[in-house]
Design a binder for this molecule. Sequence first.
Ligand SMILES: [Zn+2]
Length: 107
Amino acid sequence: MQFTARTQPRRQGFDRNRLPDPLIYYATELDAMRASEHCRGQSATARCPFHDDRHPSLLVNLDTGAFRCRVPACGAYGRDVLAFHMARYGLPFAAAAKALGAWRTRT
Ligand SMILES: [Zn+2]
């Protein structure tokens, strides 16, 4: 018999479960987002906000929020909407989490 430690819900700090749905987040953040057919999951392409992009070079995964720019000179990359928000607005981790409503504050 093994105990699994149940961690107490933290009263304050980052809460990943509160991150916005990548589909909704990217629909508001990215211009001209187009759904693209990929074999698995939902993904979309959009003009990359991290470089002067004329063609949709940014590939986003609408399930996980991961994003990647296909232009090597740009190289924008991240694993979730939080990483995107930090990169796009130059925010540190906590500020980006708060901006996305994913920061639990003590009540
Ligand atoms: Zn780019």
